[in-house]
Ligand binder design. Structure first.
Ligand SMILES: Nc1ncnc2c1ncn2[C@@H]1O[C@H](COP(=O)(O)OP(=O)(O)O)[C@@H](O)[C@H]1O
Ligand SMILES: [Mg+2]
Length: 346
């Protein structure tokens, strides 16, 4: 459904999106995760034909986002970070207007509008002025607009940003439902947002894709060792010496306490050292109060990847200045503009 190859967007010598490639299959719910400024919105804007890449390509349903942008626009629903809504229009009037711009034929329009109003849970709001809606309902109106023409692909840029916890829960429920019927690319800087909904996570950091996989495989794949925690009462130096002899040991640290000391034991992935540790302790007549494995979470991985800065070897050019291909027709940097009103989305 989406094919992105070497996609790059540069702003005055700085790569906001730096040579990324990824694919999204039909039916997937992909969480596009990254800290603020990572390049999520820039990528999504290129996918939704808002502006062209500096180089590289983005294709949706086989159509190129630059050369076949009309075909692409018909097939996607895009909800930008800041949803531009007409404050003085009533919800249903606005949705009808947007449906018209999206090319929904006149006779199909009112049923299309009724359908999204019920799907998104806007029934009680349909006659309200958009300007009078709460942030949660405005966001829902934005979602309704994005799907009114029944797109095959839905691109949502931080759909719950700025909502309160109750509204977040409701909008998430709506998104989950939408995920059942369309392919979904959903960006967020909040891990928990995608952990629950996404079947796959694309982690972007400083304009580059740094991880790509199911939440489970990312956690497993990033792990190179297992970590166990043991609280033992006994002579610390002797215990330490014993633990150092364990098979497959990769690291050991001790936090000595008055009575109980905490031993953090890292081992090979294949090794479960718990039985050995328990046996040691008992055989030596010491006491064991806790023995557990510390499971790594997706959050650990996210923090690890997005806080470690890759150190370039001496003399190497900075990553952002090493394009993969020259860009003879690179357009000049352009200022950020609002999604053009009217025609451009139809
Ligand atoms: N119009 C622009 N001109 C210059 N730099 C920009 C422009 N738009 C975005 N950027 C920069 O590009 C980087 C990526 O931005 P963005 O895609 O909005 O990140 P995200 O959506 O992940 O928060 C940021 O460093 C941002 O400051
Ligand atoms: Mg953004």
């Amino acid at each position: 459904m989406i094919e992105v190859a070497n996609l790059t967007k540069r702003y005055a010598g700085f790569a906001a999106v730096d040579n990324i490639s990824f694919k999204v299959d039909k039916g997937e719910i992909v969480g596009f995760l990254g800290k603020n400024g990572a390049g999520k919105s820039t990528t999504m804007k290129m996918l939704s034909c808002f502006f062209p890449p500096t180089w590289g390509s983005a294709r949706v349903a086989g159509f190129d986002c630059v050369t076949d942008s009309m075909e692409v626009r018909q097939r996607i629903g895009y909800m930008p970070e800041r949803v531009p809504l007409y404050e003085d229009m009533r919800v249903e009037e606005y949705l009808d207007y947007r449906a018209r711009l999206r090319g929904v034929p006149r006779r199909a329009r009112s049923s299309a509008v009724n359908e999204v109003i019920s799907t998104i849970g806007l029934k009680d709001m349909r006659r309200k002025l958009i300007g009078s809606l709460s942030k949660g309902y405005r966001q829902r109106t934005g979602l309704a607009e994005a799907i009114v023409h029944k797109p095959e692909l839905l691109i949502l840029d931080e759909p719950t940003a700025g909502l309160d916890p109750g509204q977040i829960r409701q909008v998430r429920e709506v998104i989950k439902e939408l995920g059942k019927r369309t392919t979904l690319l959903l960006s967020t800087h909040i891990l928990s947002e995608v952990e629950i909904t996404a079947t796959r996570i694309l982690l972007i950091h400083k304009g580059r894709i740094v991880a790509n996989g199911s939440p489970g495989s990312l956690v497993g794949g990033a792990q190179s060792s297992r970590r166990f925690r043991a609280e033992i009462r006994g002579p610390v130096a002797m215990i330490e010496a014993m633990l150092k002899g364990l098979p497959g040991l990769k690291g050991l640290s001790v936090a000595p306490g008055e009575e109980w000391s905490v031993f953090t034991i890292d081992s090979d992935l294949e090794q479960d050292l718990r039985a050995d540790v328990a046996k040691f302790v008992v055989d030596n007549g010491w006491d064991l109060r806790e023995l557990s494995e510390e499971k790594r979470t997706l959050e650990d991985l996210f923090v690890q990847i997005t806080t470690t800065d890759e150190v370039a070897p001496p003399g190497a050019p900075a990553p952002v200045s090493t394009p993969v291909a020259p860009a003879p027709e690179a357009p000049p940097a352009e200022p950020l503009k609002e999604w053009p009103e009217g025609g451009a989305t139809s």
